[in-house]
Design a binder for this molecule. Structure first.
Ligand code: ATR
Length: 288
């Protein structure tokens, strides 16, 4: 039996087993099973050892361990290095390597060359656009990284300003590596707004509980049909942040496609199977 896991704390809400087991069945990987496991920090080393020994074939990491897992790994690669966030573990030549599939998953959710067949979607070309990122939590570095090579300007705001500043520091490393202009990333005070942006994205946990509100004022976006309001939350399907944007006439998108793409990329790394993203898999994750 090939065993796969998603680990985190809490973990009850995770839909990763649903999507991975669906694909395992669809692609006849009958000797594979994907489970969720709530773990404490002290358990992480044992999980890494089980990947090294082959007892576990692949692991997804979720909140709050995407950063904490890093010192326990033999190597981290690509976007995981740039974001200091690991959501996927693989065994490579007796070593355990950490990868980040969130950044690419997010990029694909905005890219029309990754358009699932016959599905309508609010794609947006982010090249040379102005981006406003709200939040500086565990997932935000993955979102920031997705915009760094193409955006014109990236504004970040967070209730705790210090965390936004830390994130800018991390992003500025990529900015330097890419030779982009030094002031691409700017921290904005919580409650203040930058110029009108092309994408406004909520990466905070506000909205997970129905009708929770960020209390940020987006009146300037009234009837703005060009700006995309993106919420990483997909359950509930439409947070207050997105509902208000829709009522203002803005474009909206929730985090479902990002979730599907990050899973699809991890699944491919582990199994070599390029799972198709179609209406059925999207329907599988419909929650309301
Ligand atoms: P995670 O790793 O799950 O993302 P986190 O690191 O605690 O969790 O980040 C949660 C994000 O939601 C943070 O940006 C947090 O802001 P702070 O850094 O100030 O805590 C944000 N957040 C949570 N509750 C919030 C609230 N009521 N108002 C504004 N931001 C909030």
């Amino acid at each position: 039996m090939k065993k796969y896991l998603v680990i985190g704390n809490p973990i009850g809400h995770s839909l990763s087993p649903l999507i991975h087991n669906y694909w395992m069945k669809k692609y006849h990987l009958i000797d594979s099973v994907y489970e969720k496991k709530k773990v404490e920090k002290k358990d992480l080393i044992g999980i890494v050892d089980q990947v090294r020994s082959g007892e576990i074939k692949g692991v997804n990491i979720t909140v709050p361990y995407k950063k904490e897992i890093i010192p326990l790994l033999d190597e981290i690669k690509g976007d995981a290095q740039l974001t200091q966030s690991v959501n996927t573990l693989c065994k490579v030549n007796n070593e355990v390597h950490g990868y980040n599939t969130d950044t690419k998953g997010f990029k694909y959710s905005l890219d029309d060359s990754h358009l699932p067949n016959n599905l309508e979607y609010n794609f947006i070309d982010c090249k040379n656009k102005n981006i406003f990122i709200i939040g500086a939590g565990g997932v935000t570095s993955s979102i920031l990284e997705a915009f760094i090579d193409t955006a014109n300007k990236i504004y970040i705001t967070n209730r705790t300003k210090e965390k936004a500043k830390e994130l800018k520091k991390l992003g500025d490393i990529s900015i330097t590596l890419l030779g982009r202009k030094k002031n691409t990333i700017e921290v904005v005070e919580w409650g203040e707004k930058p110029e009108i942006c092309d994408v406004v994205i909520n990466t905070t946990s506000v909205g997970l509980t129905r009708d929770e509100n960020l209390n940020l004022d987006f009146k300037d976006y009234q009837n703005n049909k060009n700006t995309l309001f993106y919420d990483l939350i997909y359950n509930p399907k439409e947070t207050k942040f997105l509902k208000e944007a829709r009522l203002r006439g803005n474009k909206t998108m929730n985090g479902k496609m990002m979730f599907i793409w990050q899973a699809q990329i991890a699944f491919h790394m582990w199994t070599g199977v390029e799972a198709e993203i179609d209406g059925d898999v999207i329907k599988l994750l419909n929650n309301d």
